[in-house]
Design a protein around this ligand. Structure first.
Ligand SMILES: Nc1ncnc2c1ncn2[C@@H]1O[C@H](COP(=O)(O)OP(=O)(O)O)[C@@H](O)[C@H]1O
Ligand SMILES: [Mg+2]
Length: 362
């Protein structure tokens, strides 16, 4: 604690060990301490945060305020204002994808709501303020175009040798469903699959992203292996339902991701109970809480659950998935998962030891 008279340097010194949630490095060092104004005991500090941290904005502002209060008792009226700090993504791996985080959403088997969760995770991150793209890597059964009402959007154009993704309310989306007519069977061989995924990642104009969410095909590890060889994935989210058999598949999916060195960021329990809209009673049709227990056993974070609701099914079928966010009763589940995911990434970044400073050669 400091009893020095308040001036900008004292406030800045008090801010120095507050860590940015995206990089885990000090906000002063990262240029996110955007200024301070002092009028008597009234101190207003401007904190710059990136769109990558958008789901945490309110919380980080609050944390920073507390951090400063504890160190500057003389500032009896202290306020932190949040500003946007711009920090574009660096190209990832050989593929050159400009996304800060790449999140694969997988499951042991189909039909557990993996595509629904992938789409809603992307939408929740976007609505919080992050820059998000959604890639449908389920080349055998692409369902993202349908869930987002993009089936009539036509084929993506090629401009300057780059595929222009289809935009869903401004969010870039790429899917095999845009290239193959619905209902048509495609027989994929390994190298073709590899080629398609490469094109989706390397040759699509994704722009500058905070998060690329990838809807993975269920089960088999070939796409996961392809992805892991192509770029450093941030990690995978595994979706399952609460029945024991489904959990067994989820455990296999976790083992598969670990085998190809993709970190598992957490588990989501979908179709976790049903709230009867008529009587408000809750029925745990498939049981409840199994994923949370299994996640604990496997030392994997639990990210949240989503109950079975008529709205999720109806909006999914109607291609109006984005409208699930109009109702806070359904949005809350997806917002919570997006929040928990980004919170865990931030905690992980902050735990990392700081990068050594390179000596400045003069
Ligand atoms: N929480 C939920 N409540 C109600 N229906 C759901 C829920 N999650 C998914 N569904 C429905 O289940 C079906 C399968 O979901 P989908 O996301 O396509 O699964 P997957 O990608 O795992 O095959 C869809 O009709 C979808 O609308
Ligand atoms: Mg699917």
């Amino acid at each position: 604690m400091s009893d020095k008279p308040l001036d900008a340097a004292v406030v800045q010194a008090a801010a120095r060990d507050f860590k940015d949630s995206e990089t885990g490095r000090g906000i002063v060092e990262m240029g996110q301490f955007m200024g301070v104004s002092i009028a008597g005991q009234q101190v207003t500090v401007r904190l710059g945060l990136t769109t990558h941290s958008a789901p945490l904005w309110a919380e980080v502002r609050e944390e920073f305020e507390q951090h400063l209060r504890a160190r500057l008792p003389a500032a009896t009226q202290l306020r932190v204002e949040r500003e946007l700090h711009s920090r574009p993504a660096q190209p990832l791996g050989e593929i050159g994808l400009t996304s800060k985080s790449v999140i694969a959403v997988g499951s042991g088997k189909g039909g557990v709501g993996k595509s629904t969760i992938a789409a809603c995770l992307a939408l929740a991150l976007k609505r919080a303020g992050s820059l998000v793209g959604l890639m449908d890597a389920d080349v055998y059964g692409p369902s993202i175009p349908h869930l987002l009402g993009l089936t009539g959007a036509g084929r993506p154009e090629i401009v300057d040798n780059k595929i222009q993704p289809i935009l869903a309310d401004g969010m870039p989306v790429m899917s095999m469903g845009f290239l193959v007519p619905p209902g048509e069977a495609v027989v994929w061989r390994g190298p073709m699959l590899h080629g398609a995924i490469t094109q989706f990642l390397r040759d699509t104009r994704w722009g500058n992203l905070d998060y690329l969410v990838i809807d993975m095909p269920p089960g088999t590890g070939d796409i996961a292996l392809t992805l892991s060889q192509m770029l450093p994935l941030t990690g995978a989210v595994v979706v399952c339902t609460p029945q024991d058999v489904a959990l067994l598949d989820a455990v296999k999916a976790i083992a598969m991701f670990r085998k190809v060195n993709i970190p598992v960021l957490g588990m989501v329990e979908n179709m976790s109970g049903f709230e009867c809209p008529g009587c408000q009673k809750r029925y745990d049709i498939f049981g409840r809480g199994g994923a949370r227990e299994r996640a604990e056993e496997l030392a994997v974070p639990f990210l949240g659950d989503v109950p079975i609701t008529m709205q999720v099914r109806e909006h999914g079928d109607a291609g109006t998935t984005a409208r699930l966010f109009d109702e806070s009763a359904t949005a809350v589940y997806f917002d919570r998962i997006a929040y928990q995911l980004v919170r865990n990434l931030a905690d992980q970044a902050r735990r990392q030891p700081p990068m050594p400073q390179l000596p400045v050669l003069s």
